[in-house]
Design a protein around this ligand. Sequence first.
Ligand SMILES: [Zn+2]
Length: 230
Amino acid sequence: MVMQIQKKKLLGTAAVLLIAAVLIVGTVAVVWMQSVQPEISVCIDAGHGAHDSGATYGTRLEKDDNLRLALSVREKLEAKNIKVYMTREDDTFLSLDERCRVANKKKCTLFVALHRNSAESGNGVEMWIQSTPTDTDWALAENMLNALSEAGISKARGVKTGYAKNADGNYYVNAHTDMPSCLAEIGFVTSEQDNELFDANLDAYAEAIADGIEKTLRDMGKLTTEADEK
Ligand SMILES: [Zn+2]
């Protein structure tokens, strides 16, 4: 009788230990999976900010257009269940290095900088990628430009490599981000036609940029079935 009670107690203790072990192993496995499978996310960088207005045209400041568009792109991406990190969400200043650090620290999957162009004459949208681009840099730029072309821009000026003033150079954010990246010039702030289109189509532009990003993530095989179905 005494032996039987002891046996039961031992079995009970063994069962509790087994359950505890399963829970611990399960928790460790989940934490490990999360650490080896980084989340899919996109860094959206609204160019300029605060004392750095970017290009200007009368009272129109590039930094404001960039921010308006960036906030709208975030909304569209989040509606697609895509995680977004912003370099800035208001009229603050960050150095180019700080912008890259946001994306690199969060290990973002893609980086997109939003700017507006300026020149004495000229209009249209162009995409800048690094001077020795990867296939994904090209795809990201092309997917966004194709979608924007359908949204109503004055002209598609194409995907360009390097730096506007030096073909061998690079825009800082393209050179110093660890992930595929693109700097998008969404029309000329110095063009009345581009400004009118920008204001009228802001929502469609944001949707097009988000669509281009989503397509790129899908091509990279980064989207889960859940996001695919949405
Ligand atoms: Zn700019």
